[in-house]
Write a new protein. Structure first.
Length: 172
């Protein structure tokens, strides 16, 4: 399985990094960061990362055969561009390819509250089969730490991707 993980410029970029670390070894992983995401990552975690301008990367082609993509976190700017079909960087180009190839695309918008415009864009994308899965925790899994909360959220995203995991306590 090939998976693209992308992070756009919303707070919580560390979730994208953690997804990469927790994905099973047998998955072919590719990572994209927007410029704004790098700024947030630098501020939140002190990490620098790669450019997003390379829209000719192999993962931007339908013939490369990416199976799924998750954008976590997904900024409202990136979500709006995807909803409008704008593919002006590697993140939005890959998302566009996922849509045209009818591949699994998960967007994890990290914003609160959602504006009417953002909700309209999410509705449009959801009607195309894109999964809108904000990083929302549930209390039944009895998280005690921030890491437990992150593992719960990432475990739920893995469930959506069909990736077996035991990152959180499931409902009994």
């Amino acid at each position: 399985m090939k998976i693209v993980v992308a992070s756009s410029g919303a707070s919580g970029v560390n979730l994208g990094i953690k997804i990469l670390k927790l994905l099973p070894e047998n998955i072919d992983k590719h990572f994209i960061m927007s410029e704004n995401s790098k700024t947030v990552l630098d501020k939140e975690m002190g990490i620098k990362y790669h450019k997003n301008e390379n829209i000719s990367a192999n993962i931007a082609s339908g013939s490369f055969g990416v199976d799924a993509m998750i954008i976590a976190p997904c900024s409202m700017n990136t979500l709006a561009k995807i909803a409008c079909g704008i593919a002006d960087n590697l993140v939005t180009r890959c998302a566009s390819v996922m849509i045209k190839e009818h591949k699994k695309l998960i967007l994890a918008p990290r914003e609160m509250p959602f504006s009417a415009i953002a909700l309209e864009n999410m509705h449009k994308l959801a009607s195309l089969g894109i999964i809108i899965a904000p990083p929302v925790m549930a209390y039944y899994s009895e998280q005690q730490t921030l890491e437990d909360m992150e593992n719960f959220i990432i475990g739920k995203w893995f469930d959506l991707l069909g990736i077996e995991n035991s990152l959180y306590k499931r409902w009994e």
